[in-house]
Design a binder for this molecule. Structure first.
Ligand SMILES: NC(=O)c1ccc[n+]([C@@H]2O[C@H](COP(=O)([O-])OP(=O)(O)OC[C@H]3O[C@@H](n4cnc5c(N)ncnc54)[C@H](OP(=O)(O)O)[C@@H]3O)[C@@H](O)[C@H]2O)c1
Length: 267
């Protein structure tokens, strides 16, 4: 696969690094373009891929193009790069809030476009992403997208109307969990643990609990019951969390972020 990258920022660099290290694509078969030379050089240093200052060189060479600029820059780039004249490529957009309908319209209606919503843990190979295939996509495009997103974590396919829900859950979710980790560490510090140890223990506890859910396939409630002995420490902690309305707080947090994503999408 010949991979082109338009916008060589943090997210594109993470995706290419992952794809190269997982053998999805060879570094020599990847070419990226960014606005400034500093970004282009950084991208090549971190991924081993080539770079150019010419968007049209990238478009001509690549079979699959990752569209990874900021959302506001994307429509202008699609127009100026004349993507309409390259309907044989697969376009994978990671730009938040730019709809398939907008991208299909800007590319003349014949292009195969995929909209994705990755999240920042992709930077460390632990991403949780969703994607939606555009109306012209082929069945085989699904495999291509899954292999790229899979190189930096996992992905699920959703109808595009649910992309805002994904934004509110896994897109914004890392920040919710940073807060949880910080607060758990504070609790540890209050109980006398050194700050650095408390943070490590809290973060690894979150990672471990997540791995238990993903790897055992057991419902979180079952796993919770398994570690909650009668009259023990864990049920005392859980009761305190329930007093703080932890469940409804998280449900409301996801709901508020989804509502904001919808609002931003309209503007
Ligand atoms: N970071 C996240 O958490 C996250 C999560 C989900 C989705 N996303 C989406 O991912 C996309 C990229 O985010 P990011 O955090 O990686 O942004 P970023 O680091 O700012 O990268 C944007 C890149 O686009 C390049 N660019 C801008 N205008 C260009 C042009 N006319 N021609 C060529 N390249 C151009 C920039 O080049 P210069 O650096 O040279 O200006 C930069 O390399 C965004 O659309 C965002 O919505 C990000």
């Amino acid at each position: 696969m010949k991979l082109g990258v338009i916008g060589c920022g943090k997210m594109a660099t993470a995706l290419v690094k992952g794809a190269v290290s997982q053998g999805v694509v060879k570094a020599a078969d990847v070419i990226g373009v960014a606005r400034t030379e500093a970004s282009r050089v950084r991208f090549s240093e971190q991924t081993g891929a080539r770079n150019t200052a010419s968007i049209s060189d990238v478009v001509k060479e690549a079979e699959v193009l990752i569209l990874a600029t900021k959302p506001l820059d994307l429509p202008g780039i699609i127009r100026s790069a004349d993507l309409e004249n390259f309907p044989d490529k697969l376009y994978v957009s990671i730009a938040a809030g730019v709809t398939l309908e907008t991208m299909e319209r800007l590319t003349g209606g014949a292009c195969r476009i995929v909209r994705t919503m990755p999240n920042t843990p992709s930077l460390v190979g632990k991403g949780a992403a969703a994607f939606s295939l555009g109306s012209k996509c082929l069945e085989s495009d699904r495999d291509v997208v899954q292999s790229i997103l899979g190189a930096v974590g996992m992905s699920v396919e959703v109808p595009e109307r649910l992309i805002d829900a994904v934004t509110g859950l896994s897109g914004s979710g890392p920040a919710y969990i940073y807060l949880v980790i910080e607060a758990m560490a504070d609790g540890g510090v209050q109980a006398g643990l050194p700050r650095a140890d408390a943070l490590k223990l809290a973060a690894q506890t979150v990672a471990g609990a997540a791995a238990m859910v993903l790897e055992t396939g057991l419902h979180p409630a079952v796993l919770k019951d398994m570690v909650t002995s009668p009259g023990g420490t864990t049920i005392a902690g859980l009761a305190a969390l329930e007093e703080g309305a932890i469940r409804s707080s998280f449900i409301a947090a996801v709901g508020a972020a989804v509502a904001r994503a919808r609002e931003l999408g309209k503007s």
